[in-house]
Design a protein around this ligand. Sequence first.
Ligand SMILES: [Zn+2]
Length: 294
Amino acid sequence: MVVLEEVLPALFLVDIHHFGQPGLGGAYILQDEGEAALFDAGTSLAKDRILEAMDALGIKRAQVRWLFLTHVHLDHAGGAGVLLPELPNAKVVVHPRGAKHLADPTKLVASTKNAVGERFRFYGEAVPIPENRIYSAQDREIFQLGKLRVQAIDSPGHAPHHLCFFVPERGWLFTGDAVGLYIKGRLLPTTVPPSFDLEASLATLDRLAALNPQKLLFTHFGPGEPTLIEGYRKLLLSWVERVRRHLDKPEEEAVSAVLAEIQAEGFPVGPGVSGDWSMSVRGVLQYLRRREAG
Ligand SMILES: [Zn+2]
């Protein structure tokens, strides 16, 4: 049974059961005037859930016009390669810096294996996408979906190839990972290797706030209020400071020390999220060391 929720009018969230668990990862389906779009596509393991959701909504495969990918990390983009053969009229919209990784995912897969370790089995496969189905979006470029416009917003920080997507008619902002994770009502950092960059993230939060969004739509997981943008700024600053205090330790020791700290403070560090926390500590350590190295 596919888990499908209408989170806002004509906007549906498909739970892709990332890491085999509910409530951690999703893909959005938006319809207008007989056209449909996906916002993020999960991993390749999400394919059947997404297609089932479209069937349940009565959306024909040929109606899907866009696959908007916030970035090329496999939990957002991995599903695109296996979905495209089913969606004859869809184009994949991606950041110019991500496009080559969709056409040839070799490096992306290697980098994911390196970052996620034993959890790689949850990331599925990455099928190369034909170049004529990939569209590199410029910052502020507008895409038409029925009568709605969808605007690509360059939003580096979590990754240099990150876009958010804004629907100005509704004030909806699809945040990908640019505003962190929002799991069970709690904002959590996502500062993963290899490219997390604090300054870029903070500048992105300014750009997103300036759009004056009415609703944020997190891939991880679900809708949230726009005040979370400011909340994430504070969280990021304190998170990077926390990791910085362990910068002189070997990486594994630093990861354990930070995890012990946040567990003692009541943050959820159980199965399903401890891997995310570890990755986010590593991403900050690598960022701080890059900065030290100048
Ligand atoms: Zn993600």
